[in-house]
Design a protein. Sequence first.
Length: 364
Amino acid sequence: MKRRNFIQAILLALPALAACRSLSPDKKDFDACVGKNREPVSGISCFDSVAAAIASAPADGKHPYRIRITRGIWREKIVIDKPNIHLFGDDRNDCILSFDAAAGMLQPDGSPWGTWGCASVIVRAPDFRAENLRIENAFDYVGNLSAPKFEVIGPNGAQAVALMLDTGSDRCVLKNVDISSHQDTLFVDAGQHLFQHCRISGSVDFIFGAGNAFIEDCDIVSRFRPGKERQGYIAVPSTLQTQTHGLIFSRCRLLREKEIPDASVALGRAWRPGKQFSDGKYGDPAVLGTAVFLSCWMDAHIDPKGWDAMAYTARDGQRVMLPPETARLYEYDSRGPGAVHSATRRWLDKAQAENYSRKKVFAD
C-alpha cells in the first residue's frame, strides 16, 4: 500500500513541484523545531540539535513527523532510523547539516569510519523527506589530496559522503536540497528515491551506489581538483543485474566550477564492489551498473568519450578494469557543448528511453 501511495504521489502530485514551489508546511503544522535558544517556536518544542529532535519522534513512524530547522550550521552526525522523518529548512543557503568525517579518518574507538560510515546524514528508514536545506561533508578534500594518513582504507581514504541512503531507506524525497562534498558525495545504496530541484556537487564518483534514484531538474556540479588531469566522474552505479533501473538523471544540468578545463570529467564509470564469497573476496559478478542521462544539458567539461573503465578485483585476485560497454551506461537527447556523439557513448532511441522514464521507474 505504501509503495502504491508513493507512486501515486510521484505521478499525480509532482507535476506541481515543477514550478519549484515549496511544500513546507505552515509553521503551526510542525511537530518539533531545531533552534539555538531551545525556546518553543510557534507553540512546538525546540531542540538544540537535529538528532535530539529526531529522538523526540514516535518510534512507529505511522505519520509524518515534521521538523523545522532554523538558520545555522548544525554540526553533527545524523542517523535517520525512524520512518516518516521530514526535515524542512527555513533557508536553503543558511540551514546546513554538516560533519567532516572521511573514510580513512578514525572514529573515537580507533577504527576508520569507512565509506559506509562517514556520511554526515545516514538514512536507514523509509519515507524520509528533506526540503529547503543543505547537507554537506565539510572534510577538506583538496587540502588532503596528498595526505598519506588517509591511505588506511580504500585507494585514498578521502571518500567523504554527505548523504547516504542505506539499507532500510525507501521512498525518500529530497526537494530544493544542496548536497555537497568532493569524493562520494551522494551514496544511494538501497531503496527507491526522488530528487527534485537539488544541487549535487562533487568531483570523484560523487553520485554512486546500488539503489534507484530518479534525479530530476537538478544541477550536477563538478568541483575542481588541483593537479588532476582527470577531474572527476559523475555517476558510478553498482546496480544488480536483476534490477532494471539505477541512477537516472532527467532534465538535469551538468555544470562545473570555473577552474575545470574542457573534456576533463567523465559521465561516470561502473562500480563492481568487492563481496565476500566462500572462495575469497572479489568483485561481485551479479553487479551490472545502470546510469542513464535523459534530456540533460552538458557543459564542455564532459569528456567526448563519455564513460571510463573502473578497476575491480577479479576472482583470481588480480586487479582488472571493467569496461563501460559491459554495463548499462546510456544517454538520450543530451544537449549542450558536452553532448557529443562518439563511438564510446551509447545513445538510446525514444522508445528505449521510455523504459527509464519517471512513470516506469516508480512503477517497479
